[in-house]
Design a protein around this ligand. Structure first.
Ligand code: URA
Ligand code: SF4
Length: 188
């Protein structure tokens, strides 16, 4: 059978490939249109996400939505997911073994959606495309590989804790419509 986003999501919901399955309430596969041009990758579900089974629905999510609104977009136009699909207890950082176990789901989602702009939110998704880089140095610096632009941004939760980072994130977000128009794609 051909792979599909629904198939990935149903595998994620019952996944027991790593120990995060033992402490989660619900797995959070991610969501968005199958043909989204912009693809956001966060770190992992927080408390609200774990309860609702949806990504970025707490304070970080509200900030992300306001940033999208500022560039004339909304979350229904973009794909949003995380490097690990289950909540790390007490929001601790995901462990290498958990990241490795979960990696295939994100790889498949990206291969299926084929976005033109991939936005990494925070260190763990940045590491996939900018290994060893420091977020404070490279945020907002686009890397182009083939048809795809990779844009490393702060994590919204981190940006919410710092005025300077919040301002930087707003500036960096303005690159998204620019990259979209360069690619010839609109928001969807
Ligand atoms: N933070 C994340 O990294 N992901 C979410 O889904 C929510 C908060
Ligand atoms: Fe499976 Fe990923 Fe959840 Fe681990 S975090 S149980 S690999 S879906």
């Amino acid at each position: 059978m051909d792979d599909s986003l629904e198939r990935v999501a149903s595998e994620v919901r019952i996944c027991i490939k790593c120990p995060l399955s033992e402490t989660r309430t619900q797995a959070v596969p991610g969501e968005g249109p199958a043909n989204a041009a912009v693809f956001f990758i966060g770190e992992g579900p927080g408390r609200t996400e774990d309860e609702k089974g949806r990504p970025f629905v707490g304070a970080s999510g509200r900030f992300l939505e306001s940033l999208l609104r500022d560039i004339g977009m909304d979350r229904s136009q973009v794909f949003i997911t995380n490097v690990v699909k289950c909540r790390p207890p007490d929001n601790r950082d995901p462990k290498p073994l958990e990241l490795a176990a979960c990696r295939d789901y994100l790889d498949r989602q990206i291969a299926l959606v084929r976005p033109v702009v991939v936005v990494t939110l925070g260190r763990y998704s940045m590491e996939r495309y900018f290994p060893g880089a420091a977020i404070t140095k490279i945020h907002g610096q686009v890397k182009r590989i083939g048809e795809v632009s990779y844009l490393p941004l702060f994590h919204p939760a981190a940006a919410l804790r710092s005025d300077a980072w919040r301002a930087a994130m707003k500036e960096d977000f303005k690159l998204i419509p620019k990259l979209l128009s360069e690619s010839g794609r609109s928001g969807l």
